[in-house]
Design a protein around this ligand. Structure first.
Ligand SMILES: Nc1ncnc2c1ncn2[C@@H]1O[C@H](COP(=O)(O)OP(=O)(O)OP(=O)(O)O)[C@@H](O)[C@H]1O
Ligand SMILES: [Mg+2]
Length: 257
């Protein structure tokens, strides 16, 4: 077999350059992101770690087109988010991104399948097809037998699975999750990270914000933020006192009793 020849350089799926986001608070200005540079290749599973207030959610929201940068560039699949008008940004959110939040954000009066189908309500998809797609997605996340349950009748981990199924409804290439295991016990958090790993294995790019090094151990790449800037693994550990990532294992499932 011949050696592959060097082709043209392929742009990364996500390219972030000198990304800045400031908030004016009273007379003061908070620099939530103070010049972030980051590239994320398609099909990777990234975690963003950092102490409270370091800018993790801000970075994820900018990636998801939920907010706009104060400066710098954020290009996803060739599309420069900072240059998009509201319509283009809304289309980006709908077509490219699936967002998962710490607090699940389900509608309490709707069943699991209705929650999953909700984003399709305004897309002209007939109710019957919405239901079929929602059922298939609930099966995908292991909740086929819970599709008629309301959020209050589900465990936290199950509610997060419904939220993940909902995030998949428009077949996004990019899944963004902000502390998806933050409200869950270790075992439920572990199963959510396993589900996100599966979505990554299916070919999606997944970016998850987490405080927990054991959850970050599921990801293929770790990004560290301090005071709105990316820092190296060594710098991060020197400041936070955390052990090297190679020594942090995934939590081991408790044996069934
Ligand atoms: N809408 C806002 N208005 C003013 N300041 C904000 C706003 N959003 C974030 N900030 C500030 O920006 C900084 C970064 O916030 P961010 O929410 O990104 O942190 P985080 O790393 O996600 O923290 P946590 O782990 O607590 O969720 C913080 O100082 C925060 O107070
Ligand atoms: Mg946050």
């Amino acid at each position: 077999m011949s050696e592959p020849t060097a082709g043209p350089t392929v742009a990364p799926f996500i390219a972030i350059n000198n990304l800045r986001k400031s908030f004016a608070l009273g007379g003061a200005v908070v620099h939530a992101l103070a010049g972030v540079d980051l590239t994320i290749d398609a099909g990777t599973f990234h975690s963003i770690m950092g102490p409270s207030g370091s800018g993790k959610s801000t970075l994820l929201y900018l990636l998801g087109g939920l907010d706009r940068p104060t400066g710098g560039r954020i290009v996803v699949d060739g599309a420069a988010l900072q240059d998009m008008d509201e319509n283009a940004l809304a289309a980006y959110r709908r077509q490219v991104v699936g967002f998962v939040f710490q607090s699940f954000n389900l509608i309490s009066s709707l069943s699991a399948w209705e929650n999953v189908a909700f984003p399709m309500r305004f897309t002209g998809v007939a109710r019957r097809e919405r239901r079929e797609r929602a059922f298939a997605l609930l099966e995908r996340v292991g909740l086929a037998d819970r599709r008629l349950h309301r959020p209050s009748e589900l465990s936290g981990g199950q509610q997060q699975r419904v939220a993940i199924a909902r995030s998949l409804v428009n077949e996004p290439r990019l899944i963004l999750a902000d502390e998806p295991t933050g409200n869950l016990d270790t075992a439920s958090g572990q199963s959510i990270m396993e589900l996100l790993s599966e979505l990554h294995s299916d070919g999606r790019t997944v970016v998850v914000v987490t405080h927990d090094p054991r959850m970050a151990a599921y990801t293929t790449h770790q990004v560290f933020l301090l005071d709105g800037c990316t820092v190296s693994d060594e710098q991060y550990r020197a400041v936070t006192g955390l052990p090297p990532s190679a020594q942090v294992a995934r939590p081991v499932a408790a044996p069934a009793s």
